[in-house]
Structure formats: C-alpha cells, structure tokens
Design a protein around this ligand. Sequence first.
Ligand code: NDP
Length: 471
Amino acid sequence: DKPQIGVVGMAVMGKNLALNIESRGYTVAIYNRTGSKTEKVVSDHPEKHLVPSYTIEDFVNSLEKPRRIMMMVKAGKPTDAVIAELLPHLDKGDVLIDGGNTFFEDTMRRNAELDNSGINFIGTGVSGGELGALEGPSMMPGGQKEAYDLVAPIFEKMAAKAEDGAPCVTYIGPNGAGHYVKMIHNGIEYGDEELIDESYNLLRNMVGLSVDEIADIFSEWNKGELDSYLIDITADILTRKDDLGSDKPIVDLIMDKGGNKGTGKWSSQNALELGVPQSLITESVYARYISVLKDERVAASKVLPKPEGKVSFDKDEVIEKIRQALYFSKIMSYAQGFEQMKVAAKHYDWDLQFGEIAKIWRAGCIIRARFLQNITDAFDKDPELDNLLLDDYFKDIAKKYQESVRDIVGLAVKAGVPIPGFASAISYYDSYRSAVLPANLLQAQRDYFGAHTYERVDREGTYHFPWYEEQ
Ligand code: NDP
C-alpha cells in the first residue's frame, strides 16, 4: 500500500501527528530535513506503518495520489522553504497542509500563490500540545473546500473526540480562516491563563492561603462550571514539589517571567486592525510583558509604596467571590474573542460557524472546558447572536456574578494586588451595557482641535461647532 498521507517535520509535533494518523489505520510517509530524526522515529517504532524517505523527491513519489502532505515545521520562513522544495515535485490537485502555528495572513498569501499552480493549500490550526498531537488534537482547517474533503476522513479520525463522540475538527473556511481561528484560540488561551493566575495571586497574596490550600480550591472549582483543562492542570501544578531536592512547592521556585511565542500578540494586533474591543486578551499579553521586567520590578518594589490600609473580608465568602469573578471574566474574554471572529468573518469574507467552532474546542485543545457547550448552545439557538452576553445563559451568569467581580476588583485595588484581567472584564461589561458613553465629550474635543465633526443625537447629518466664536 502506498502511504495515504505524508508528514514533513519530525520534531515533536510532526512525529506525534504521524504516529496518531498511523494508529487510525493509515500508512504514513515521513520526512525531515535532518535525516537522522526520521531514522530515529522509525527505529523507535519498528512495528508502525511508517515509510521513511531521505530526499524530498523520494518522499513525494512514495505517496498515493492526489497527494496529501502535512507540514509540521517551524512557522515563517522555514515553511516557505519547505513549500519551495516540495513544489517542483507536486502535481495539480495535490493537497499541501500546513499544521504549524502560522500567521493567518501568510496562509492567505500561500493559498493564493499555490492556487495559481493548481495545488491546494490547507492551513490548519492544531491545538493540544505534544500529547494532543499524539492522542487527538483539536484541528481548525482552512483552505479550498474540495481539498478539505480529500483529507476530512483522516482529520476526523485523528482529531480528539468530544463527550458526544463528535470529532474536534470542522471545515472553518477558505484560505487563512483556519489559522485565524487558531490565533483567536491562542489569544483566548492567554486570557484564561491570566485570569487563573490572577485568582491564584489573590488567594495567595490577598487572602493569604498556602499553595496546598490553593491547590485544593482549584480542584474543587474544577468540579463545577469552571471545569476545564487549564484549571485541572493548575490544581495539579500547585501540588508539585521541587524536583531538585527541597520540599518547596515548585511554583515558588519558578522565575516569574512570562514567555510567549507571539500568537496572543497577533490576536491583539488584529483586534486593533479590525477595530474590535478585545481588552482582556490584550491585557494578558501586557501582563506577560510587565512580568519580564523582573529587575525593574524588584527595584521598584523597594521604592514605590504599597497601599497603607488593610482589607478585611470573610475568607470563605471572598474565595467564592474570586471563583465567580473568574467565571464572569472568562465569559467577557470569550465574548470579545467571538466578537472579533464575527467582525473578521465579514472583513475577510469567511462564513464562520461560531457554534461549530465552540464545538471543536470542547476536547483536544488547551482551552477545552465544560462551558464551551454553553457557547455552542447559544449559537445553536441564535446563529446571528450579536454578543455572547446577550444569550440567556450568559446574561444570567453576568447578572448573578457581577457584584462579586466588583467586590473583588475593589478589594484587589485596595490591597494592591494587580488584576488587569478582572478589571478589564468588568470595564468591558460596564461599557457594553452603557447606553451612553462619554464619547460625546471625545467627539467635541476632536471637533474642537481638529474640526473632525460629530453627529447629533437629535437630528441627522454631520456637524461642526463654531468653537472659536463667542457665544
Ligand atoms: P519546531 O517548531 O521546533 O520545528 C522544528 C521542525 O522544523 C524540524 O522538523 C526542523 O527540521 C524543521 N525545520 C526548521 N527549519 C527548517 C527549514 N528551513 N527547512 C526545513 N525544515 C525546517 O517543532 P514543533 O514540533 O514544536 O512544532 C512544529 C510546528 O507545530 C510549529 O509551527 C509549531 O509552532 C506548531 N505547533 C507546536 C505546538 C507545540 O506544542 N510544540 C502546538 C501546536 C502547533 P530539522 O530537524 O532538520 O531542523
């Protein structure tokens, strides 16, 4: 049997995806620029139906036609380099798939360029890390629909399965739509992580709990509406002790400088481009940036005063309020992320199915969570829903929890514990539900210094006020 699909790139993701596909009954061709890695994969898994090649030409020729080739290489220039190497050996109708964390505009460009040569190009988001790649990731493919149909049976088998058995993959839309949705997924992931980290910080530094006590709280929270992968691993992380000998919790020994690979930043940049309010993800990106200024922060901590007063609260009550603030803020973040996708769908001419997107995030990916079912239900009820907050379920949560968020934000500010995520969540909520915002004054200012004109609330048309005339 000729391999039905080939994978280029035998680093951790490509290797695990190849093994995953093989485990679903396929023969998989494999190739890596550095041949020793390909050799190692084969020698580590002699019983698997893997067909190694050591030149691009042999690799391409080993495949069943139309060829399906999945690239799992470094995003950016390396991906262009691999495409350029593959291209002379491909035929019209072949399907090239990029599973890397590629910027969606690169995917739009590559899709258009390759389309001219008759080669189909799918850019697919793959989420779930290395374990997800091996056991079943959540996948967000975009590209020519006919091309997706050629790989759909394989993708559906290799993807994670939600509780109801549905595979966590669906055709997202043309050209860069898949990588766009993956970018939003990653932005939302930044937001979820920030909110969890703020909750931990409040429990630790405002409530004064121990790491072990906080681990128990997260475990407890994971049994309710916050049930999710990220809460689950947080509870686990907090139970772990130093692996190098001391009996301290490992979190206390990990340097507080947040890394990033740029996907959260892309979401924020795109939100600014499209004019979408996406404050929570952006605050999460900034939270990582300020964390990196460790030396400055340490120096500042010695000279800038903290609040003088002490905050007082009932311990059990405040813990529950932090839980409510976390869930409320998470909802604001998703409302913003889905709003951004709605605007993007119009802007890039994609017919995004928001309920389907929430469905494929239910398992396999890093943001998998029980509450994604509520998002699916909301869009099933009303596919044209303007904002998640207007759905009955989310409206009800906002109504029940908003006072807790206000209490927690107030206490945190008073205690001097930074809560950029929580604060932006409640500000977004208050802005979104305000029939009148002070942008009337803003428009007056703009008209005053720049004659930018304004509209009026009481009559049609565009106006300019005679600011420089006496009244
Ligand atoms: P890396 O991102 O570390 O990429 C290494 C692979 O890229 C190797 O196979 C390497 O080949 C190849 N490569 C690099 N430069 C070139 C080049 N110029 N020409 C040909 N091949 C090149 O590997 P990962 O497995 O971590 O990730 C693969 C992709 O999947 C990336 O785009 C990543 O962003 C994405 N991804 C990663 C996730 C993760 O959790 N790691 C999760 C989801 C997506 P060689 O061995 O010869 O150097």
